[in-house]
Design a protein. Structure first.
Length: 254
């Protein structure tokens, strides 16, 4: 297996989509490039082989973290770059408990390598921007743009859950809870708890990310704003949890 797809991020070939040997060569050149690989179980061995060719300096524990199953959000310095593990909101639904697809990144001054086991909507948006010629041209800008997309998707999801909780509370105020309302309370609680489970450590990962040496001061300030958005998202999710606890207590006592 080679990388699934990628782009050159710097001039003169900015925004050019690459694959196969051309993409691998771009990652090994002095031009900034981004490559995306599959980390699905059947592709892990090939992804590890690809990483060994392009980044032979990576230690086995880093390669395992980039390609393994469990990925709690975090940011750590690795050699000349950094490993960043994030979570994005799924495109389909969070009714399954807020199961957010994992996004694993290795970045340094000359390349961005991303891996995922499931489709990551934020990467789709990022690739569309880059292909249009309006995307990032530096590692720091790439990270900021990607995290901003994820933050926007999280904010949207929190807003949806808040409105759904408002609707549930209004319905419960109108009388004895119905079967549908009981199920909705359970669904919302599962979704909110699942989302918070990932957004909370991601908040901490962003705080660590903005302090990494490879992030310029200007991008650090912008990443600090995105960290603050995650802080607010966690606060809003905590409030929703409290409201849903009261809703469940009301249902139980009805």
């Amino acid at each position: 297996m080679t990388a699934l797809y990628g782009y050159t991020l710097s001039a003169p070939r900015r925004g050019e989509r690459l694959s196969g040997a051309a993409l691998e060569s771009a990652c090994l050149s002095s031009d900034l490039a981004w490559a995306h690989l599959s980390a699905e179980p059947e592709d892990v061995a090939d992804a590890q082989t690809w990483l060994a060719r392009v980044l032979p300096e990576l230690d086995p524990s880093t390669v395992q973290a980039l390609t393994g199953a469990g990925t709690r959000p975090r940011s750590v310095h690795v050699g000349q770059g950094a490993m960043i593990l994030l979570r994005d909101v799924p495109d389909e639904t969070i009714e399954d408990g807020g199961d957010m697809p994992s996004l694993r990144l290795y970045v340094d001054a000359r390349m961005v390598i991303s891996l995922s086991r499931r489709p990551v909507g934020a990467l789709t948006v990022q690739s569309e921007r880059i292909a249009s010629g309006t995307g990032a041209v530096t590692t720091g800008a790439f990270l900021h743009d990607l995290v901003e997309i994820i933050a926007e998707r999280i904010d949207t999801t929190v807003d949806i859950l808040t409105r759904a909780t408002d609707t549930l509370e209004d319905a419960l105020d109108d009388g004895r809870p119905t079967k549908d309302e009981r199920q909705e309370a359970t669904r919302l609680r599962r979704a909110v708890l699942g989302l918070r489970r990932h957004v909370s450590p991601q908040r901490d990962a962003l705080e660590a990310l903005r302090l990494l040496d490879l992030v310029p001061k200007g991008e650090r300030r912008r990443l600090a704003e995105l960290h603050d958005r995650h802080v607010r998202a966690v606060e809003e999710l905590d409030l929703l949890i409290q409201r849903l606890v009261l809703a469940r207590e009301g249902i139980a006592g009805a």
